[in-house]
Each structure stands twice: as C-alpha cells, then as structure tokens.
Design a protein around this ligand. Structure first.
Ligand SMILES: O=P(O)(O)OC[C@H]1O[C@H](OP(=O)(O)OP(=O)(O)O)[C@H](O)[C@@H]1O
Ligand SMILES: O=c1cc[nH]c(=O)[nH]1
Ligand SMILES: [Mg+2]
Length: 212
C-alpha cells in the first residue's frame, strides 16, 4: 500500500482549524470541502486517462481525457458524505456509489447498514472517502467489499489517521495490489476509546450534529 501525507501549509492550517472544538458545523463542513479538493488533486494524479481525438476551432488534435469506465467515488456514510462534493467538483464525470458503515463505539465492530454500488466493479478505479482512519476497521471492511465486487484499484482519501489504523490497514490489505492512501495528517495515537489523538472528535457529529 502506498501512503502519501500531504505536506502543505494550507492543508496544515485548515486541519488546525478543523481540530478546534469551537469551530462550528458550517465552518467545519466548508473546511472539509476545501481540504478534499486539495487532497483530491494529489489523489487523482494516477486517474486513468485515454487519448481522444478532438476538434478545436483551429485544428484537429488528440487530447487527454478521463478514461472509460468512469471512476467511481464512494463516500462512507455518514462522515464521508462531507467529502463528496469536494471530490466530484474535481472529477464531475465520476459515478458515485454509497456505503453506510458505523462502528459500534463499545465493541468497535463495524456494521454495514447501507450499500448502493454497481454489482460489478470489475476493472473499476474507486476513490473511497472517509475523513477518519482510527482503528482501520471501517476502511478494511469497505476495501474488502469493493474488492469482492471486482474493483481494480482503490484510492482511500482520508483527512486524519492514527498510526495504529495505518498499520492495521497495511496488514488488512496485504497481498492486495493497487491500494493507496492519501492523508492530510497522521496523528499521534488512539485513546482508550479508539478516538484519534489529538484528532478532531467525531467527524460525523461535527459535520451533521450529535448522533443518538
Ligand atoms: O477506523 P475506525 O476505527 O473504523 O473508525 C473510523 C470510522 O469512524 C467514523 O465513522 P462512525 O462509525 O462514527 O460513523 P458516522 O460517520 O456515521 O459518524 C469515521 O467516519 C470512520 O468511518
Ligand atoms: O477520532 C475518531 C475516531 C473514529 N471516528 C471519528 O469520527 N473520530
Ligand atoms: Mg461518527
């Protein structure tokens, strides 16, 4: 698995404001959106392209275009939904599938409560969106799910990860080719409740309000 942590002062600034517990939901959502656009620029560097003939007002030429089949963007609900628009702004022709997953905060087991994806993902390039990589349980489940459907390459776009989650993910996808991880920050550790430290708290709650 290839890992890239974006090293850029604008990214660092926006992450710091996100972390601040006094940052209200509307600002939080706006910052997530801006960060994803910056991350997506890097994460799509290897998006598949093809050469197509086009006609300018002056001449015929060959241009680089995003290849078919279209890439698939998959936000992991809830928190990943906050990253969708920033991603599709850069790749407006991408298709979008959804995975609803929640971790049980006591057992840390992952429940997949919703799925709306093409049945056959053979050969598809998938961008998986989730702001938080904590224990890695959610992302590992999601990657296995996409692989079972035939996804050829999976690029995970996250904002913050714990070293424990990165290690678990590396182990969980061992032997799987074409899995990449793009991050805005790698934090210190997980706490006893498996929250990322310093982190930003519960990303879903901060985006959308308190969960039950
Ligand atoms: O790496 P893990 O230990 O699996 O934890 C990370 C997951 O936890 C959060 O989702 P959560 O389960 O809180 O659901 P939500 O997005 O609905 O808040 C986050 O968005 C990830 O999906
Ligand atoms: O710190 C964490 C860990 C899991 N999920 C979150 O939203 N935040
Ligand atoms: Mg949550």
């Amino acid at each position: 698995m290839r890992i890239k942590i974006l090293d850029h002062p604008l990214v660092a600034h926006k992450i710091s404001v996100l972390r601040d517990k006094n940052t209200p939901s509307p600002t939080f959502r706006q910052l997530v959106d801006e960060l994803v656009t910056l991350l997506a620029y890097e994460a799509t560097r290897e998006i598949r392209v093809e050469q197509r003939e086009i006609e300018t007002p002056v001449a015929r030429t060959v241009g680089t275009m995003i290849a078919s089949p279209k890439p698939l963007v998959v936000p992991i609900l809830r928190a990943g939904l906050g990253m969708l628009e920033g991603m599709t702004r850069l790749v407006p022709t991408a298709e979008v599938g959804f995975l609803g997953m929640a971790r049980n905060e006591q057992t840390l087991d992952i429940v997949t409560y919703a799925e709306r994806l093409p049945e056959d993902l053979t050969g598809r390039q998938v961008y998986l969106l989730d702001p938080m990589l904590a224990t890695g349980g959610t992302l590992i489940e999601a990657i296995k799910f996409l692989r079972q459907r035939g996804a050829e390459s999976i690029t995970c776009v996250c904002l913050i990860a714990a070293p424990e989650g990165i290690a678990a993910l590396e182990k969980g996808v061992e032997g799987l080719r074409n899995v990449d991880l793009f991050l805005a920050a790698r934090d210190e550790r997980l706490n006893e409740k498996a929250y990322i430290v310093p982190g930003l708290g519960d990303a879903g709650d901060r985006l959308y309000g308190l969960a039950e």
